[in-house]
Write a protein that binds this ligand. Structure first.
Ligand code: G3H
Ligand code: 13P
Ligand code: ZN
Length: 309
């Protein structure tokens, strides 16, 4: 069933676990995610980015998510806009079935971020939709979420309190050391997240926090991709123990996209290499779908949100 995140986040904060937010781009991804959450009996946030809308189109994506809600009526599904760029895209999503939107005003100066976020919150709340805001900048390179190395800045707890009080957002994405994509920490670095800052923000804002850029870039998948001809550069993601730990410091939503991409890519490369005679695309796509399911089940174990529906 489609729902907002309000009740799910309240339960997650109380139970000190987090809910997985997975990016949906096509049929195989959503099927893999839904089979994974069904197997684990976990609530789920299905999120759609600007890149996904460009790739698949917003109507196809909406219909896929409506289909998931119909096929899995027992699973609480939040239909979420990931990194909404401006008021217009948020309004369009609010008017078209989304139960949650993110307005990502983090690239704007503080006062502008507040004004934009507040405007989205007012419209969203009038329609029964919840809003995620963002304060602080994550570094990292993604198609539509692009902050150059060195240009990131961690979320300031005092500013976060002011931001939340002035905007009325329902949840807040924070910058505490994560970044988008497959290259988060150099191979030789010791990955670090600023959990003390996270705890301070949580104590001041008293709303659920969101961790973007939370993939772990699992090395087995990078190795498998590269063993079948890929050239994914050496790097590290966020260690999974840290993802589990984050929920102790007020994080209720954890965004994962890259790890699903890596799992699918590894599966497809293997399949093409091992079955060169095959031209039935359902075989590589079906195997990739199974790989998504396995990854999602694994992530649910890390997040602790299994059996929480
Ligand atoms: O936050 C970024 C997500 O991984 C979505 O990336 O814009 O390439 O779909 P995308
Ligand atoms: P990853 O690139 O670490 O998977 O992060 C995804 C994300 O934050 C989507 O908003
Ligand atoms: Zn993100």
């Amino acid at each position: 069933m489609l729902t907002t995140s309000t009740g799910l986040f309240a339960k997650a904060l109380a139970g000190k676990y987090a809910i997985g937010a997975f990016n949906v781009n096509n049929l195989e991804i959503i099927q893999g995610i839904m089979e994974g959450v069904k197997a684990k009996q976990a609530p789920v946030i299905l999120q759609v980015s600007a890149g996904a809308r460009q790739y698949a189109g917003s109507i196809f994506l909406r219909k896929l998510i409506e289909a998931a809600a119909e096929i899995y009526p027992e699973i609480p599904i939040v239909f979420h806009l990931d990194h909404g760029e401006d008021f217009e895209i948020c309004r369009d999503c609010i008017d078209n079935g989304f139960t949650s939107v993110m307005i990502d005003g983090s690239k704007h100066p503080f006062a502008e971020n507040i004004a934009l976020t507040k405007k989205v919150v007012e419209y969203a709340h009038s329609q029964g939709v919840v809003v995620e805001g963002e304060l602080g900048k994550l570094e990292g390179m993604e198609d539509d979420v692009n902050v150059a190395a060195g240009a990131g800045s961690y979320t300031d707890p005092e500013q976060a309190a002011e931001f939340v009080a002035k905007t009325g957002v329902d949840s807040l994405a924070v910058a505490i050391g994560t970044s988008h994509g497959a290259y988060k920490f150099p191979p030789e670095a010791e990955p670090k997240l600023d959990f003390e800052r996270c705890a301070q923000i949580s104590a001041k804002v008293k709303i659920p926090l969101v961790l973007h850029g939370a993939s772990s870039v699992l090395q087995d998948f990078v190795a498998e991709i590269n063993s079948y001809g890929g050239e994914v550069k050496d790097s590290q993601g966020v260690p999974e123990e840290m993802i589990t730990e984050a929920s102790k410091y007020g994080v209720a939503k954890v965004n994962i996209d890259t790890d699903i991409r890596l799992a699918m890519t590894a599966s497809m490369r293997k399949n093409f290499k091992e079955q060169p005679e095959n031209f039935d695309v359902r075989k590589p796509l079906g195997a990739a779908r199974d790989a998504v399911q396995k990854m999602v089940e694994h992530k649910i174990d890390i997040l602790g949100c299994g059996n929480k529906i």
